[in-house]
Design a protein around this ligand. Structure first.
Ligand code: M6R
Length: 600
């Protein structure tokens, strides 16, 4: 979702801001803009569309040592040049970029800004107009900024510049992510570290309701009451090459191919010197103290959570419920006496999950976050964190994070089981090694998946995924992958559920992708395939070695039956990738979607 960058220093800011915005493109956006300030005043450039469109309108001759930039994912008002950020106050003195949603913006307009002519439909413009109003009434800029923040209800990450002051960027944050980066003779602001790795790897985390006064020499963090807060910077352990595509045409393909490596990295990161898997003792104690685990997540992470439930229940014997984050807050089930909450989130910034985390922490419960991003909001605010070690995931469609989430939950389940003296009849390190090798075989079979994709999906408007048990959960993920990047309407169903309604949608040629990796339901899922085939469906069966039959389109290598999702999802990821490619879709940046969903 929206991304923010800012720079103040001795160099020309335009290219640093534009490059920063390019690194934030993966988050999803529909317009972009920058504002730079020099002795002649503020120059604002903004455009609907891609950063490349913005680049084409930026006046190269304007030189300025400070500026702010923004990628906008529309919430209030259509994607347009007028609604794109930066926004300016009535006299153009103040210029602001904002990520988040101001819930009371209409009320603020009515109460404070009746006479102001608004040029956009955004909630953001209210903020910048309020600041100017309070300054016009005689307040100092910082005081007006603070007063404005005290009136806002909702989420924000903000960067503000003042035409009358070429020395300062004012920054504030509440619920939306924002970091300050430190340099020698310059400082920067960014929604995430990747945006500014080009100039620094030293970052300071900001907490909710903090204000930061950023000059080229100094960064001063204050709370809303004006009290100065000191905080040490951290080094972002990211390699700039991690976020490059290299020779790959798309990040998604690169990230699919990285999955075997990620499996091996996870083994390495969670193994001790005796080659045993280990997890912090306090996390294992929290698992053992729980009478029920509640997994909270969204999208692909929710699908990983469904597989995690099977792993934790079958291996560690603790009951687990899995909930969609955006529902849980309003529709909370009756909780057990000693719940433990597990938040699964690739980005660690998903607003729906964060809202639940805040709620359950207020209720006094323990929370564990499983995330790919160290220092992310969900990681900071939970009691414990387990990292995915998957490396940055840039494509909007999540692939390697899904398999990493499942692998980390398998490790959590295994280590917990052993701590409870529950016998585990497999060696997980060995099994994950087999998974990594099997993934490699699948990644080397791309031509076949391209062919399957062409054969089954080139002319269709819809597609159904079916499976039973754990295969059903993978089917849900396969359907999400296909719909989000190829725009083919795709749904996942439990094999036995089709005949209760959905089978009415089957017509001549409707593609059905069926998963058959579980011995106990192999015959039943094949029965379900027969039911749809006799009504005209075009089936693609993906089975596992040992369970295969003549009619199967692809047989995946054999892995432990609890770990099959790690393997069976790979063909579905590749089929979705090629379907999107064949339809000329923007694979890495599908329409309407954002990588990091930071509004509820
Ligand atoms: O960062 P998170 O894992 O919390 O994100 C949750 C979903 O927004 C995410 O998984 C989304 O569904 C992906 N685009 C799916 O590919």
């Amino acid at each position: 979702m929206c991304g923010i960058v800012g720079y103040i220093g001795n160099n020309d800011s335009k290219e640093i801001l534009l490059k920063g915005l390019e690194k934030l493109e993966y988050r999803g956006y529909d317009s972009a803009g920058i504002a730079v300030l020099n002795e002649s005043g503020v120059s604002v450039f903004k455009e609907k569309g891609r950063i490349a469109d913005l680049r084409s309108i930026v006046d190269e001759s304007v030189m300025a040592n400070m500026g702010i930039g923004h990628t906008r994912w529309a919430t209030h008002g259509v994607p347009s040049k007028d609604n794109a950020h930066p926004h300016q106050s009535a006299t153009n003195r103040f210029t602001l970029v904002h990520n988040g949603v101001i819930e009371n913006y209409d009320l603020l307009k009515r109460d404070y800004l009746k006479d102001v002519n608004f040029v956009s439909e955004t909630d953001t413009e209210v903020i910048v107009q309020l600041i100017e109003r309070f300054v016009n009434e005689g307040m100092e800029v910082l005081e007006a900024f603070r007063k404005t923040l005290s009136l806002l209800i909702g989420s924000y990450a903000l960067a503000l510049i003042d035409r009358e002051n070429q020395d300062t960027i004012y920054v504030a944050k509440n619920k939306s992510p924002l970091l300050v980066g430190l340099g020698n003779g310059f400082n920067v602001v960014a929604s995430d570290a990747m945006a500014m790795l080009q100039v620094t790897n030293q970052f300071v985390e900001l907490m909710d309701k903090e204000i930061v006064i950023v000059t080229k020499e100094k960064v001063t963090i204050q709370n809303l009451a004006g009290k100065t807060i000191s905080r040490d910077p951290y080094t972002a352990e990211l390699d700039a090459s991690d976020i490059e595509k290299g020779t790959y045409p798309h990040y998604m393909l690169k990230e699919i191919d990285e999955q075997p490596l990620v499996m091996r990295k996870i083994i390495q990161m969670y193994e001790n010197d005796q080659n045993e898997l280990r997890i912090d003792q306090e996390i294992i104690e929290a698992m053992n103290a729980a009478d029920r685990i509640y997994i909270i997540a969204a999208g692909t992470s929710y699908h990983a959570g469904l597989v995690g439930k099977q792993l934790i229940e079958k291996v560690a014997k603790i009951p687990v419920e899995v909930h969609v984050a955006s529902e849980f807050g309003y529709n909370m089930p009756l909780l057990s006496e000693k719940p433990l909450f597990i938040f699964i989130s690739q980005s660690g910034e998903t607003a729906d999950s964060r809202a639940v985390l805040v709620q359950v922490k207020e209720m006094g419960y323990h929370a564990l976050t499983i995330t790919n991003v160290p220092g992310s909001t969900l990681s900071r605010e939970a009691d414990f964190t387990l990292l995915l070690h998957a490396g940055p995931e840039i494509a909007v469609a999540s692939t390697k994070a899904y398999t990493a989430q499942i692998a980390v939950m398998a490790i959590l389940a295994e280590v917990t089981a052993k701590s409870r003296n529950i016998p585990v009849d497999f060696d997980l390190v060995h099994e994950l090694g087999i998974v990594a090798n099997a993934m490699e075989i699948l990644c080397d079979s791309k031509e076949l998946f391209e062919h399957i994709s062409r054969e089954f999906l080139s002319v269709t408007r819809n597609c159904f995924f079916i499976g039973r048990g754990i295969d059903y959960y993978v089917g849900l993920e396969g359907a999400l992958k296909l719909k989000e990047i190829s725009y083919i309407q795709a749904e996942g169903f439990a094999g036995g559920e089709l005949k209760h309604g959905t089978i009415a949608l089957i017509e001549e040629g409707t593609p059905i992708i069926a998963l058959a990796t579980q011995e106990n339901v192999n015959l039943s899922i094949r029965g379900n395939v027969k039911e749809v085939v006799s009504r005209g469906a075009n089936p693609c069966i993906i089975s596992m070695k040992g369970l295969e039959m003549d009619e199967d389109s692809f047989v995946i290598p054999e892995v432990h039956e609890l770990l099959t999702p790690l393997i069976s999802v790979v063909p579905l990821q590749l089929i979705a990738y090629y379907a999107a490619l064949h339809r000329d879709c923007d694979v890495d940046k599908p329409r309407n979607l954002a990588k990091s969903v930071t509004v509820e």
